[in-house]
Design a protein around this ligand. Structure first.
Ligand code: SAH
Length: 196
């Protein structure tokens, strides 16, 4: 928690991290490592992201509690569970049905009732519930953020995504202001690739 406080200032995010039982989202044999600030395997060759990076990404979305959020790459469901505490509705999409099924159980056990899961290609977004006030992408896009995601962002919305360029991944924060898009490149990170 001390390490987290150094990187994240938003008290709502820190409260959410304290409240979500991360151990419910990692495989049983990894329970002892559940709170380490490290990515951990969750099956299907995928990982649950580091708590510090997840918290930082949540903070960048500047959530106040009333928002509708799209989460791309459900994985274990941990990131979605945090978003569920910070926003009103969360839609989370994952391409591996097996992971989505496990995430559903973990989210249920963690009492996150405002998360709706979908299985499919999240690089196309989830048009059925668009527009979103905030979009979180938990897998690295190559060079550019998928245009469908930008389209599904509401005016004034924020999107955070790892973007890979020249072998290096950085978080990109994108804001939609009218017809204008403001993009900031931030922290270096390491995520599994976004596969369409
Ligand atoms: N947010 C997760 C960690 C995600 S790891 C957590 O908190 O545990 C990234 C996830 O993105 C993986 O589960 C991977 O299967 C998924 N993924 C990669 N490309 C995708 C795509 N195009 N659509 C949906 N999910 C995708």
């Amino acid at each position: 928690m001390k390490e987290l406080r150094r990187a994240v200032a938003d008290e709502r995010v820190l409260d959410a991290v304290a409240a979500v039982p991360r151990d419910r989202f990692v495989p049983e044999y990894m329970l002892e490592e559940a709170w380490d600030n490290a990515p951990l395997p969750i099956g299907c060759d995928q990982t649950i992201s580091q708590p510090l990076v997840v918290a930082r990404m949540c903070e960048l979305l500047e959530l106040e509690g009333h928002e509708r959020v799209l989460d791309v790459g459900t994985g274990s469901g941990y990131h979605a569970a945090l978003l569920a505490r910070l926003a009103a509705e969360v839609y989370s999409i994952e391409r591996h049905a097996a992971l989505s099924g496990r995430a559903a159980l973990a989210l249920g056990a963690a009492g996150a009732g405002n998360v709706t899961l979908a299985v499919g290609d999240g690089s196309l977004g989830l048009p059925a519930h668009a527009p979103y006030d905030a979009i979180n992408v938990a897998a690295a896009a190559r060079r550019r953020i998928p245009p469908a995601l930008i389209e599904q962002l509401a005016p004034g919305g924020r999107l955070v995504a790892p973007v890979e360029e020249r072998g290096e991944q950085r978080l990109a924060l994108l804001r939609k202001r009218g017809d204008e898009l403001l993009v900031t490149r931030l922290d270096r990170v390491r995520f599994v690739p976004l596969r369409s």
